[in-house]
Design a protein around this ligand. Structure first.
Ligand code: SAM
Length: 382
């Protein structure tokens, strides 16, 4: 496919997205209906679609409309590639006078939803605009080297032998950033053999903050796919339990644990095996720290959803606190940049549980290259 034909394909996919289909579904549908497209074409179309979704407001301004064609036109203009719209072959038709577009302004220029701009600005202070700018770009691909299996240097060498170039990243001790060959990772022998896991570097750094040591009974209370469960397992020999309100989210965890060479017990009733020395609550949140990876979430998020999440988060912390042994620890984490979900949520917990104390807290933003995260470690009274 020519670059212009790929732009036209991205328009077709975005039409489905604007009609309400998740981007992943729309891309899969397009791939099935266009079998002639090779893996390079599919990857290129996917990149355009996600670039546009990350920068939807600014693309709309530049492209002069809200439709799929205007969005891709805006995307092309932002890159100085308006010539992709030349009408040759399968390329989109040249822009008309009505599609002149304009320079985006204010929150539009940094692709921030208007209603969230004041609270993000209050949360991020001087870094508000740089952080929002950084979220207009793709996230790097990070790996976590499985310390239970291999050293970071040996993992770099094993990946290099398969044409994947990765280098240590300073955010976390076992983090690698993939600088070449990212698309080969999931089919590599190093990945299949459990030497590395795909995991954001800040997500790894959150787990590094937890006071883990051999022999501890630990519960991952919101385990999801188990990214942090496995990272905890790699840090110490733990009696490790995983729980999630949606059990199906943990479906792949047993296979992932086996690949990593660690043991995790899945529990639907974590109270039955309480108390724990440490519980991690990686709570459901706005996801505002990972909008680079999930740009649809940025535009779909609402004030009503935020209010619901704040109440769920507080409820999860209170439930987990009751399962921590005397003197044990509660880890609280979000991939949110919003103060209300982060330090304010911890402050609320300490008001409800005045005998607990805050032992550590840290905020990560995409300016450090990983996703935006917040993590706190709370200590129970002895
Ligand atoms: C941020 S995700 C967890 C990501 C996971 N820890 C990881 O590192 O891959 C939050 C998870 O919390 C789960 N969840 C939502 N409400 C919950 C609740 N009340 N109790 C336990 N888990 C809940 C969701 O199903 C979701 O899988």
């Amino acid at each position: 496919m020519t670059p212009g034909a790929r732009a036209a394909a991205a328009i077709a996919v975005l039409e489905q997205v604007l009609a309400g289909r998740p981007a992943e579904v729309a891309l899969t549908n397009w791939g099935r209906a266009n079998r002639y497209a090779g893996s390079g074409d599919r990857a290129a179309v996917r990149d355009i679609v996600f670039d546009v979704l990350r920068c939807r407001r600014s693309c709309a301004a530049l492209g002069g409309g809200q439709g799929a064609r205007a969005l891709v036109l805006g995307w092309a203009r932002a890159r100085g590639q308006e010539e992709l719209f030349d009408g040759q072959g399968h390329a989109p038709a040249p822009p008309s006078a009505a599609e002149a577009g304009r320079v985006p302004e204010g929150a539009e220029a940094i692709d921030c939803p208007d209603w969230l701009a004041p609270s993000l600005r209050a949360s991020l202070g001087d870094t508000f605009e740089p952080v929002m700018n950084s979220m207009q770009r793709r996230a790097p691909v990070f790996l976590r080297v499985n310390a239970a299996r291999v050293t970071r240097e040996a993992a770099v060498a094993a990946l290099a032998a398969e044409g994947i170039v990765a280098r240590p990243h300073p955010l976390a001790r076992m983090a690698l950033e993939v600088v070449e060959g990212a698309r080969k990772v999931q089919s590599s022998v190093a990945y299949a053999g459990g030497l590395v896991e795909l995991q954001d570097a800040a997500s790894q750094a959150v787990v590094e903050m937890l006071p883990l040591s051999d022999g501890m009974a630990v519960l991952d209370h919101c385990a999801g796919g188990g990214g942090k469960t496995l990272a905890m397992a790699a840090r110490a020999r733990l009696q490790l339990f995983a729980h999630d309100a949606e059990v199906r989210r943990m479906a792949d965890l047993p296979a992932r644990a086996a690949r990593a060479g660690v043991r995790v017990k899945i529990t639907e009733n974590p109270e039955n095996t309480a108390p724990y020395d440490l519980i991690l609550t990686d709570v459901p949140c706005s996801g505002s720290g990972s909008w680079r990876r999930d740009p649809e979430g940025k535009w779909a998020f609402t004030a009503e959803r935020l209010a619901t999440l704040l109440s769920i988060q507080a409820g999860i912390m209170d439930r987990a606190a009751a399962m921590v042994r005397a003197g044990g620890a509660l880890g609280y984490a979000t991939c949110s940049l919003l103060e209300a979900e982060n330090a304010a949520q911890v402050a609320g917990f300490l008001t409800r549980h005045p005998d607990w104390r805050l032992e550590a807290e840290r905020r990560f933003t995409p300016l450090e290259e990983g996703d935006g995260f917040y993590a706190a470690v709370l200590r129970a009274p002895a």
